[in-house]
Structures are given as C-alpha cells and as structure tokens.
Design a protein around this ligand. Structure first.
Ligand code: UDP
Length: 413
C-alpha cells in the first residue's frame, strides 16, 4: 500500500483505493509522458502537479514535459484557445507557421522519450502537432482537451483537427465538448486533490492571519473570485455584480485573486481593464498572487462568504470545485464545466448576467442557513464526483482499455 494513497482512504474509503491498486496492476512499469505548455498557472498545470506524482507512486514510469515556445507561439495558441471557445479569430499564416515550427523543434528535443512511451497524453492545442513529428512512435497517443470546445470557430477547428485526427483517442471534460473525430472519445471531468496545500483543512487562526495580512477585514462580508485575468472569466462582470450588491450590503468587500499563467499573453490587458473598472474603491482587492500561493488561495476560499465564478466560457472550472470542497455554494456562469458542478439551487446558482449574480449573492447573504446547507451539499457532491481518486481511476481504466482493447477506429464518411 502506498503512503499517499492510504491518506486518501480516510476521505474516500478503502474500496476506492483497493480498486485503484487492481487497475494499476497491468500498467506497472509502462512509460507514460504528459506534455502541456506550462508548469504553473491554470488548471492543466494544477492537475498534472497532482496526477504525475501519484501515478509514479503507483509504479508507472511517468514524466511530464513542457513545450518551450516563443512569444509568437503563445500568441498563436492563445488565439486557438479563444477560437475553440467560440471567438471568431483570424490567425495570420506567419503565426501558424511559428506554431508548427516550435512543435517541430520541441519534437527534436523530446522525440526519443515520446517515441518510446507506451502512452503519450498531449494536453490542449499547444503541443498537438508533436504527433506528426514523431513518425516512429510506438505507443498510444491521446489528445486531452481541457477547453470548452462546445462551439468552436470552425475554420480554426478545421486547421487544428488536421493534427488531432491521427491520435488514438481524445478526452473531453464533458459530452457537450466532444467533436467528430475518427477515433475513440472519452469523457473525463477533471478533479481536485483534497490533500494538497490548496485544499487541505486550515485552522481558523491561519485563515485569519493570511487573509487579515492581505488587508481584508474578516468581520465584514467577503465576495471572492479566483481566476486568471482572462476575458472569459468575466472579472469586470464580477465588479458589476459586487457594485449592485453593495447598494444593499454597504460593508461588502470584493477580492479578485489571480496571477499570471506563463502561457497567457493577454492577461495584462485584462488586468488593466479590471483596474479601471475597480476605480478607487478601497473595498475591491485585486491580488496578484505568485504561482505557488496555494495556501493563500485556500485561506481566501475558506474566508469568503460568497464565491463567484462568473465565466462566460469554462472548460471545467477547478476554482468552482475548490470552493465547493470548502463548503461554499458557488454562483457560477451557466456555461461549460460549471454546469456539471453547480446544480442550480442545490450546490450553488447558475447565472447569466451580473444582475443575476448580484441577486443570488444578496439572497445567500441574507439566508445564512441556506448558504450553509447548500455548502454542505456542495462538499458532498465534490467528494462523490470530483476528487483525484475518481480521475485517476478513469485514466487507468482508459489506459487498460487502450492497451488491451481491439483498438477499433470509427471511420467518418
Ligand atoms: N489559480 C492559482 N492562482 C491564481 C489563479 C488561479 O493557483 O492566481 C488556480 C486555481 O486555484 C485553480 C486553477 O488555477 O486551481 C485554475 O483552474 P480553472 O479550471 O478554474 O481555470 P483555468 O485557469 O484552467 O481556465
């Protein structure tokens, strides 16, 4: 029994852990590589930081590689992200060429490792072309899409799908994101690690010290959104919702906590917009946290009265899961992965406008008993559906099935 997994047994029960051990048996010693575009910042890095060590501990020879790109590359891939989430963006040919060239160069660097691996998981569009530069690959390649690809801008999806059709399988977070591809598609929602610094229990003293130290008054109501500064997270809409609520709750404070994902070239522009919208309001706290401020985020989520995730598009929304695990009902945008976490009126509220967010915020602030009741349901919902152990089980099952399955390919006509 591994040391890490026995700790999870206290939270999820021994049956779950025993099942993981059975599943991993045929996978012991196999080589697995994950490739994404950043070590820190954003949900993908957050997940890999947890999944990789635990797979290692289970006896899988797993490594995590990060694609090295230049400014043009990240500009291009940010455009892909926006296009897959539905924005009509035209990407100049020169940027597409940089994208392909960066992948070619990274393939040179990583080829030996990638070609010998039994499984290669390629996360999101940034490293997708690596497959085409590894002609002698031996293993199964899986494209893992973390983005809300429910309504992609077709021209860009068409370009990207040229790189993706050659994969053996794809994974999407929910059914609504799945695309027509000529291979097996799996649905695997992400997860959080209940034992990580971001999610472990904290005592009240620590919460007070951390949050008070940031100049926030714990005796007054706190509204919080934790997110990268990205238009799809709608931070300006959150400020609007706060202003509408403050008319009724004058002592309300707002915290917008974010940092920079190293692969996001647009965050400064969004941050400038947020600062302008906040004006000189001393009760709006814009926090630029370092990438490893997990315990601070944990304390903020625990101290908050109301947690918002007012995204207009959302691949999954780990911040929603994190807050729910801390017993907070979440007021979230009615979109993407938020919809499978926020069960309307049960584990939170789904909203479409700042006005809707303000209405629900006010309602919860004035109905504390309900806030606690919904918060307890939210925590249970996460325990049953969105913890790392469930995620790991689905990854292991998927690998076993690809290794031993007949490898059927679904042909498109
Ligand atoms: N996060 C963080 N620092 C920040 C902002 C976000 O550590 O300043 C974390 C957040 O706690 C969550 C992840 O980054 O674990 C964001 O994942 P999510 O799925 O919510 O959004 P993404 O950034 O992937 O679009």
């Amino acid at each position: 029994m591994t040391a890490i997994l026995s700790k999870y047994a206290e939270i999820v029960g021994w049956d779950v852990i025993d099942q993981l051990h059975q599943l991993v048996d045929p996978l012991k010693g196999i080589k697995v590589v994950h490739v994404n575009s950043t070590k820190q910042g954003g949900g993908v890095a957050e997940i890999l930081n947890k999944l990789v060590p635990i797979k290692k501990e289970l006896g899988i020879d797993v490594s995590w590689e990060v694609i090295e790109g230049n400014a043009e590359f990240f500009k291009c891939t940010k455009n892909f992200h926006n296009a897959l989430q539905g924005n009509k963006v035209e990407i100049p040919h020169s940027l597409l060429k940089s994208y392909e060239e960066v992948n070619r160069q990274n393939a040179e660097r990583l080829r030996a490792r990638l070609e010998e691996a039994e499984f290669v998981f390629i996360h999101d569009p940034q490293p997708a072309p690596l497959l085409s530069y590894c002609p002698d690959r031996k293993g199964k390649w899986i494209w893992r899409c973390h983005i809300d690809a429910s309504r992609p801008y077709r021209a860009i999806w068409k370009y990207l799908s040229n790189f993706i059709t050659g994969y053996d399988a794809s994974i999407f977070s929910l059914a609504a994101f799945a695309q027509a591809l000529p291979h097996k598609e799996y649905l695997v929602p992400p997860s959080i690690d209940p034992l990580s610094e971001k999610n472990i229990d904290l005592d009240r003293q620590e919460i007070e010290a951390v949050v008070g130290g940031l100049g926030i008054d714990l005796d007054r109501q706190i509204m919080l959104q934790v997110s990268r500064f990205d238009t799809f997270k709608d931070p300006v809409g959150v400020i609007h919702a706060y202003r509408l609520t403050k008319k009724f709750v004058p002592s309300l404070q707002l915290i917008l906590a974010g940092g920079e994902a190293t692969d996001d070239p647009e965050s400064q522009t969004v941050l400038d917009e947020v600062r302008t919208a906040a004006g000189g309001d001393r009760d709006i706290h814009i926090l630029l946290l370092p990438a490893d401020a997990h315990r601070t985020i944990n304390a903020l989520q625990r101290a908050a009265d109301i947690v918002l995730q007012k995204s207009t598009r959302e691949g999954f929304g780990l911040t929603v899961t994190e807050a729910m695990w801390k017993g907070k009902p979440v007021i979230g945008g009615d979109t993407g992965g938020i919809r499978i976490q926020v069960v309307n009126h049960q584990t939170g509220f789904l909203v479409n406008t700042p006005e809707g967010a303000a209405l629900r915020t006010r309602y919860l602030l004035f109905h504390r008993d309900l806030l606690l009741e919904m918060g307890a349901k939210a925590r249970n919902f996460v325990r049953e559906n969105f913890l790392l152990t469930r995620h790991l089980r689905e990854y292991l099952t998927l690998m076993v099935s690809l290794l031993h399955g007949r490898g059927d390919r679904i042909e498109l006509d």
